[in-house]
Design a protein around this ligand. Sequence first.
Ligand code: ADP
Length: 498
Amino acid sequence: MFNEKNNILYLDDEKINLIPFNESFKDDYNIFLAYNRNEALKILEENEIKVLITDQRMPDISGIDFIKEINTVNKDIVCIILTAHPDNESLLSAINQVNVFRFLVKPWKNYDVKQTINSAIEAFDAKIEKHQFIKDLTKALQKAEEYDRLKSSFLANLSHEIRTPLNSIIGFTSLLANKSVDKNTKKEFEKIIHNSGNQLINVIEDMLTASQIETGVSKISDSIFCLNDFLQSIYNNYKQSALEKKIKLYIKGFDEHKQLFIKTDKTKLHEVFNQLLRNAIKYTDSGSIEFGISEKNDKVFFVKDTGTGIVKNEQEIIFEFFRQKFEKLNTRLYGGNGLGLSIVKGFVSMVGGEIWLDSEPGKGSTFFFNFPYTLMTNNKKFSDKNILVIANDEITHFYIQEFLQYIKVNLFRTCKGKEAIEYCKTNHVDLVIMDIEILEMNGFEAAKLIKANKPDLPIIALTAYDKFKDKSNGIFNDYVIKPAKKEKLECIKTHLFK
Ligand code: ADP
């Protein structure tokens, strides 16, 4: 391994000392030699010298005075006096006044000099390490103070973000009770209450998501879904808010006639688009918003707006927790908690992607992000898949049908256990969704009997019991608690292609 030698400077006016010194130690150290003060100063200026060894009695300056002089600008260098007169009293008292590490006596013993230089190098390295440590600590402290300041302003903001919708909810709810308010106005009030409730949920959800990212609780969970439907449903969610601000909203970058199935963390991708689109709408007062897949690279998604834009020096920091543009000024104009983009960055990094932006103040911003996904091949078509749903109530059937309508699987339904078992025996079934409360027998028994014939057939339990544990020794491959949320039903698609 390459071992860089340490730089040592030896200052002595007598060549008779300098030459043997160099010969004795040049293999161990990088030796610099100086005959006088000026030469020594030049070497010190041009090189990082760890140890200075100086003669005491020299014509232009004494060793002690030279050390005093250089210590005014360089406090780290470790200094050693090499003298032929160690018993000189004035030398001893002078040593006490300056920063001398050791003194050595001429004629020197090579072994002693080497030992002393090595200890001096260690002392130098320890000093540098200490400086670095202090520097790192100071930086960490500054960061902590900055974080603290941001957290305080976040809390102040947050209180505003929570109070505003709460006030609306309380105020308009009491107005609703007023008998003189007509029907149309009541509807208007209900809409305000509804929107305020959503605003409140967003703030709380952002806080929870941010803390889950920070504490590493949030985990990746992949599912298979149709990208077209996914982008379309996002469009549907935001078209109303865009319309209210008279902004045009477009989806870009996919062939609407070709169903594109991908496997990735849908919930996180959804949240990233949500946050970016919420911001795009918030910070755009006219023009348009486009979102979708980049034309140049189909693994890159984007959200583009014609809004306020972001100045260059703020473009990096807006991804940090609690950061908001013009921290105090402008944000109050727009509202917000400074968490959105840090959540976006957290999620994108978690799946191994990156986020960057292109923005010009007054013109708008485009946020690009790559979000790795696996493209499902054609042989994994949902339309080839057969799902049997066993449930006792119409609502469950209807809900599952609604949820699966976009992926166009073949759905078969029954409410009876025996019929289900028979169906699985005589037909090709790719997945079973089994309600626990069904006719003729309970879901556990029915699942057990189906698995007795088809052990590899995935069965997903549907249950209203929120502490459901598979009591039948892992007979179910998964379970969904009723009322089944859409995100929970995603596991159906995942199990279809396992
Ligand atoms: P906030 O809740 O303040 O919107 P975010 O983390 O989502 O917090 O965004 C941080 C800051 O980045 C915002 O305060 C805003 O100044 C700026 N920003 C984010 N998106 C946009 C955008 N599309 N256009 C202009 N500025 C934006």
